[in-house]
Design a binder for this molecule. Structure first.
Ligand code: SF4
Length: 346
């Protein structure tokens, strides 16, 4: 029978304190339980060993802890780890741990499926089922942090919101999760080590600037020509490049923080000199750096990685214009964990 009990992690610390007061208990009991729920990631009330048995039973009668469960875990030849994570309602999302010599990065999901419909993306082929709750986002990070310690003897160093879903279409929950991740009562991570990657929702980029968020912003651009961008990212019709540019200028004016552009170059789609010139021009609007990402075909259709010559042309033009550019090799290809490949196939 479906439970009607409330997820205790939907409560703020203040609400938990009030709950205990209403039960005739001390408010500080709320702090204790809150610490178990977040800092210690307790999976059950029985884990809360400094809380009396009576109190644990009372909590059990009133609440549930909807923890995620890592359903399957796959390890790539290059060390990349992919988790298929089962949510309390049975739905599945994926998250990835990407190790390098100096970092371990968690790539986490923010929605089940995605609200958007980028043509090159495997996730877009899944229907958007729902937004993830803050605790479901937080739990993905905790699971990967534990795997990082287990397999690489070091805690997680960075987080990117680049898994399944468009994080700015689930803004409130993403912000709540980041608050927990960065808080001393959660994982205590620096916001400078967190990057939210968006396909470019102008209104929400401005809102983030107004909210004075402290994490980094990345934009999956892929083309600086409206017709091309709309053909591969159809929502560009609603949020054209001019609106995106204006929002990014607003972001920079308020935060003084550079933007990262994520950019994939595809054969015959955005690999001409005209595409390169448009991108270089766009990069000059706001201080930025560029990550050119190797593409992983999701089938043998129209999206295929461009030639190395086309990539070299991009890099040369960007560098000539003093724009910092990195080329990111794709990781975890053999387990479908690379960018654009997350589609619950495992
Ligand atoms: S690339 Fe990102 S925003 Fe676009 S469909 Fe895929 S998950 Fe959604």
């Amino acid at each position: 029978m479906a439970t009607t009990k409330k997820d205790i992690r939907a409560l703020t610390k203040e609400q938990l304190r009030e709950f205990f007061e209403k039960q005739g208990d001390k408010a500080f009991r709320g702090n204790q339980v809150y610490e178990w729920l977040w800092q210690k990631s307790a999976h059950s009330f029985d884990d809360m060993t400094n809380v009396s048995l009576e109190t644990r039973q009372m909590l059990e009668e009133n609440f549930v802890i909807n923890h995620i469960k890592v359903d399957t875990m796959q390890r790539s030849n290059d060390g990349t780890v992919k988790n298929a994570v089962r949510l309390h309602d049975g739905l599945i999302v994926e998250s990835v741990l990407i190790p390098t010599a100096t970092r371990t990065t968690a790539c986490v999901s923010s929605q089940v499926g995605c609200s958007l419909d980028c043509k090159f993306c495997a996730t877009a082929r899944l229907k958007r089922m729902r937004n993830l709750n803050p605790d479901e986002i937080y739990d993905q990070v905790v699971a990967i942090d534990n795997e990082s310690k287990l397999y690489f003897n070091r805690p997680l160093s960075n987080i990117v919101f680049m898994g399944m879903g468009e994080p700015l279409m689930n803004y409130n929950n993403v912000i709540k999760a980041i608050d927990k991740i960065t808080s001393e009562e959660g994982l205590g991570m620096s916001p400078k080590r967190i990057t939210v990657s968006t396909s470019g929702v102008p209104k929400m980029i401005k809102k983030m600037a107004d909210d004075e968020v402290k994490f980094n912003l990345a934009v999956s651009l892929h083309s600086a020509i409206d017709e091309v961008r709309t053909s591969i990212m159809p929502f560009n019709e609603t949020f054209p490049l001019e609106d995106l540019r204006e929002a990014l200028e607003y972001w920079y004016a308020k935060t003084k923080r550079k933007i990262s552009y994520e950019y994939v170059v595809w054969n015959g789609i955005n690999d001409s000199q005209k595409d390169i010139d448009a991108f270089v021009k766009f990069c000059k609007y706001v201080p930025c750096k560029v990550n050119i990402i190797e593409y992983n075909p999701i089938d043998d259709g129209e999206f295929q990685q461009a030639s190395s010559e086309a990539l070299e042309n991009y890099i040369a033009s960007l560098e000539k214009n003093r724009i910092v550019v990195n080329v990111r090799r794709s990781r975890g290809k053999d387990i479908d964990a690379a960018c654009g490949q997350l589609a619950n196939k495992s």
